[in-house]
Design a protein around this ligand. Structure first.
Ligand code: HEC
Length: 233
């Protein structure tokens, strides 16, 4: 069996293995009996008498200073390095989360089976890759929309889609009077908000409409004639 490890998991396993080796060596070393006789009885260090006052005055104190200096220097380098990399780390985390969400969304659109337990088979109606398909509904063959252009709105054959929220609502609530079922648990469906979000992220990732016509990314500005609460006296 091959276990796929991410970089972070790999580093963790490496650190854990390293720590294990260090602990093992330390245990072995401390178990080795020092040559006795010459240096007197083998007294554990915790039970030996403390250093004399003269020793404490200079050699012990200086040793502590040096170790203090070394640890402060390590921290003085370490903290700024982490701080300066923080933006990149956060960006990479977000990108990683989005990539796994898109992947889950993709699996959600495929048929569910033993290998793919999160599949809800949107493909059955919306076709492979959600590029549009057909379904039999009430004895008639109906054309099921191509979701690779759903963010194009009316210009691309999706008159009911005016922004991203319409896509989310359609998936969550379904469309009454058509065979598009509701999927959110809030509307008698079977998916939680994360599953809907994963689907939306996947659908956004497969859009074939030109970037500027993508109303999911660039919400069209509201018509100027529409009444707004603030304009009324
Ligand atoms: C039983 C068939 C069926 C299944 C399964 C299905 N859909 Fe649909 N879907 C439809 C139909 C039919 C429409 C068009 C409804 C209409 O005429 O307004 C539609 C419309 C949509 C729309 C709006 C498109 C537009 O042009 O307005 C989205 C988004 C959508 N479906 C997403 C999904 C997702 C995501 C899944 C899987 C979780 C899914 N659908 C599963 C039949 C289905």
């Amino acid at each position: 069996m091959v276990i796929a490890l991410s970089t972070a998991q790999g580093i963790l396993v490496g650190v854990a293995a390293g720590a294990g080796v260090v602990i093992l060596l330390w245990a072995l070393a401390s178990g080795v009996r020092r040559p006795g006789g010459v240096r007197g009885p083998d007294i554990p260090s915790a039970m030996r008498s403390a250093p004399s006052d003269e020793d404490l005055e200079v050699p012990v104190r200086e040793k502590l200073y040096i170790w203090g200096l070394i640890t402060v220097l390590i921290m003085a380098v370490w903290v700024p390095v982490l701080f300066l990399r923080e933006n990149t780390t956060n960006k990479e985390d977000i990108q990683g989360l989005l990539a796994t969400s898109v992947e889950r969304g993709h699996l959600t659109t495929l048929p569910g089976n033993e290998e793919n337990q999160i599949g809800f088979n949107c493909e059955r109606c919306h076709g492979p890759g959600l590029h549009g398909g057909q379904n039999v509904y009430n004895g008639n063959v109906v054309v099921v929309p191509n979701l690779q252009t759903v963010c194009g709105g009316a210009d691309f054959g999706h008159p009911l889609i005016t922004d991203l929220q319409d896509v989310i609502n359609t998936i969550a609530q379904g469309r009454t009077g058509t065979d598009m079922p509701s999927w959110s648990v809030r509307y008698s469906g079977a998916m939680d908000d994360q599953q809907i979000q994963d689907l939306v992220n996947y659908i956004l990732s497969i859009q074939k409409v030109p970037e500027l016509k993508n109303i999911c990314l660039h919400a069209p500005s509201a018509p100027s004639s529409s009444p707004s609460p603030s304009s009324s006296p």
